[in-house]
Design a protein around this ligand. Structure first.
Ligand SMILES: O=P(O)(O)OC[C@H]1O[C@H](O[C@H]2O[C@H](CO)[C@@H](O)[C@H](O)[C@H]2O)[C@H](O)[C@@H](O)[C@@H]1O
Length: 264
């Protein structure tokens, strides 16, 4: 089923009418920035940072970046903006700087020993797939194959997934198939876990404007959660099969909306 394009005028008018708190939840890669060959190349531009900072400094406005990236990475890039952050697909979150500059960990039992079992398998596939590499985060482990031969990379990812499924039958881990990545994270956590905590901490009844934009599979659980809230607006980036109510055609248009919301 095709979904309509997000009507900016309508979003801006709903935000302008808000008399309570406004919540803006934004994915990072593929939403505020286009895709790059390596994760560190996708650094936000000063313009993107300025727009986020301006929006986050509006009264009663709470802006969060919900990312699969590690928290140290997000801290380094977004500290100047004051926005709230969620790292590693919901494993960690922190509120905007003007509330409480402290990270919360939502993974109850972090037993890092699983990485010792999985790492050799990731290394094996890295060695036989030229251009691929492993990104090791505090909790999650990601195998990147964007820079491998496209056909061979996808084939290897499928094979790795099959081998992981056999290994994971007795482990509380889930495979996340991302944008040219295969990632392992604790099964009990996804981005909606962090959003539930944020909604609880901000007190959902005191919010009368909620906007969530994301482009990937890991954002879909957040759309499903927020679609239960009557006034929440959910949008993916680019036309695709999605739980979101709307789509925004491009990353540039997402950034323009962030800029315009900051001017209200
Ligand atoms: O939840 P997100 O903010 O969308 O983060 C998802 C993953 O983003 C990064 O990988 C993706 O972007 C890279 C840079 O453009 C690209 O090279 C890679 O192929 C993409 O999958 C990040 O490196 C991962 O840790 C995140 O999980």
């Amino acid at each position: 089923m095709s979904i309509p394009e997000l009507d900016y005028t309508d979003v801006l008018s709903q935000a302008a009418k808000s008399t309570k708190k406004k919540l803006v939840l934004l994915d990072y890669d593929g939403t505020l920035t286009t895709t790059h060959k390596l994760p560190e190349f996708a650094k936000p531009s000063q313009t993107v940072l300025d727009h986020l900072k301006t929006l986050a400094s509006q009264p009663d406005t709470y802006v969060y970046i919900l990312s699969g990236r590690g928290r140290h990475h997000l801290d380094e890039w977004f500290a100047s903006t004051g926005v709230g952050l969620s790292a590693e697909h919901g494993c960690f979150y922190k509120h905007p700087a003007n509330i409480h500059n402290k990270w919360y960990c939502l993974v109850e039992q972090v037993d890092p020993s699983w990485k010792e079992t999985i790492r050799p398998l990731f290394q094996h596939y890295t060695e036989r797939t030229p251009g691929s590499f492993i990104e090791e985060k505090e909790i999650n482990l990601t195998w990147h194959y964007r820079n491998a031969d496209p056909e061979f990379g996808s084939w290897q990812a499928t094979e790795l997934q099959v081998n992981l499924e056999k290994l994971l039958s007795h482990m509380a881990l889930s495979i996340v198939l991302g944008n040219k990545t295969l990632e392992l994270r604790p099964s009990s956590i996804d981005k909606s876990t962090a959003v539930r905590s944020i909604l609880k901490d901000l007190q959902l009844p005191s919010l009368d404007f909620i906007l969530c934009i994301g482009d990937g599979k890991t954002d879909e659980v957040v759309f499903s959660l927020l679609n239960e809230i009557p006034h929440a607006i959910t949008s993916t980036v680019g036309k695709k099969q999605t739980e979101a109510q709307y789509y925004i055609p491009t990353v540039d248009k997402v950034n323009k909306l962030v800029e315009d919301l900051g001017k209200l």
